[in-house]
Design a protein around this ligand. Structure first.
Ligand code: ZN
Length: 178
């Protein structure tokens, strides 16, 4: 899939997918992967959205990589909008610039949003449902890493042990041996 290939190539922190009719199936498909997906709800019509980012370009805050394999096609499509056959570059540019220009959310808004989420779901912990599984997994991993006594085979998890040169021994076994 093209989205996955591009992700592998660039490893972005966020993958924006238009949360509209055309993006729905892709959004659903990508949500089954581990990609950092954000659904973006487009507001207003295509033309108004494009107009909202035009001032940033007018002021020269937007650079196009000279000599890039895609730059001719990109500039042709951008300058022909809305009369060109395709507007995928325009859509992607509008989405990216709108996203990048979002001011950071003030902490107080996040605080109240978490309160609302907690009131309706009982938790703000996104991992709450799998917390138990994570605990089991981590405990198992710690136990395996801690190893077992070479003689009595008890787990050395959270226990002191000594190495006698042949392997780890629990303290009782090491005293019995000495
Ligand atoms: Zn032992």
């Amino acid at each position: 899939m093209l989205s996955l290939a591009l992700y592998e190539q660039w490893h972005p922190n966020d993958v924006l997918i238009e949360d509209a009719a055309s993006g729905q199936s892709l959004l659903q498909e990508l949500r089954t992967t581990l990609l950092p997906i954000s659904g973006v709800k487009p507001d207003g019509d295509k033309f108004a959205r494009a107009a909202s980012i035009t001032p940033a370009m007018d002021e020269g805050h937007f650079w196009v990589l000279e000599g890039a394999s895609w730059s001719d096609e990109y500039l042709a499509e951008m300058t022909a909008f809305p009369g060109a056959a395709h507007d995928d570059f325009v859509d992607a540019t509008v989405q990216a610039l709108s996203f990048l220009r979002q001011p950071p959310e003030p902490g107080i808004i996040g605080f109240y949003r978490n309160q609302v989420i907690a009131a309706s779901t009982g938790t703000t912990d996104a991992f709450a449902e799998c917390r138990e599984l994570i605990d089991i997994y981590e405990n198992t991993r710690f136990q395996i890493e801690a190893g077992y006594c070479r003689i009595c085979h008890t787990s050395l998890f959270q226990k002191a042990s000594v190495n006698d040169g042949l392997g780890q021994l629990c303290i009782p076994c090491s005293k019995r041996k000495a």
